[in-house]
Design a protein around this ligand. Sequence first.
Ligand code: SAH
Length: 262
Amino acid sequence: MAVPFTSKQTYIDEFNPKDYLQTYYVAGEGRLQGEWADFALRNLHETFTTGGVRGDTLLDFGTGPTIYQLLSACEVFDNIIVSDFVEQNRAEFQKWLKKDPDAFDWTHIIKFVCELEGNGEDWEKKAEKLRSKVKEVLKCDALKRNPYDPVVVPPVDCLLSCLCLEVACKDTNSFCEVLKNFQDLIKPGGHLLLLSGLNSTYYHVGKKCFTSMVAEKEDLERALNEAGYQIEKAVYTPRTDKTWMDVSDYQTHYFIHARKPN
Ligand code: SAH
């Protein structure tokens, strides 16, 4: 029998940020701190350096309780707005911002990015820089026409979203609608960066299982074109570590850099 797609209420009631961080990002054993982090951080590093993506404001959509995706961006954006649907994720992010003793330890990831940038020793400065650039922590809902309703976020230079849209959208039509709505959040000529996994049907957070929309490369590119973006770059890298398919069954990592036309 088909499993029902995870509802928004389930995220509110059952998404546990501590379990998420423990499952995926804890040093040494987190499932995403290896291959995924390597893929995402290298692509983001390249995008914000030689890739030339920069500007005044970057909006991160579906931030969850994580900071890794912002470490390169904070070098070239003065303002970073983070956002998530779930209150407990926003609270967990705030803990890191405020250096709460209970905050997650991102040292291993921050050091990795500093090494990519050729500044291995300056990791504490990097953390401070990111903290100083995060100007707002907002509530968002991908499934609303204005995801920030009732707040109106002025259009930004870059919208980034990692591992979020496939878990918020039940099918490619919904995914395409969300991308269309994102047009209003991005300045003309601005950037959209999407990073996630292809062909995933589920992921676990601790013992709890959440669903994902199965997306193929073609679905993704069609949705972006239909929603009016120009694809500048698309990178697809097969997942090689299949030892934890029981935790999440995605097959391929993807990074897409698209632009809203001028
Ligand atoms: N960006 C983080 C977290 C991804 S986990 C990372 O890269 O690890 C998926 C996130 O999607 C969760 O934080 C969840 O709260 C968020 N999410 C789920 N449904 C959503 C919706 N309707 N709108 C916005 N975010 C949603």
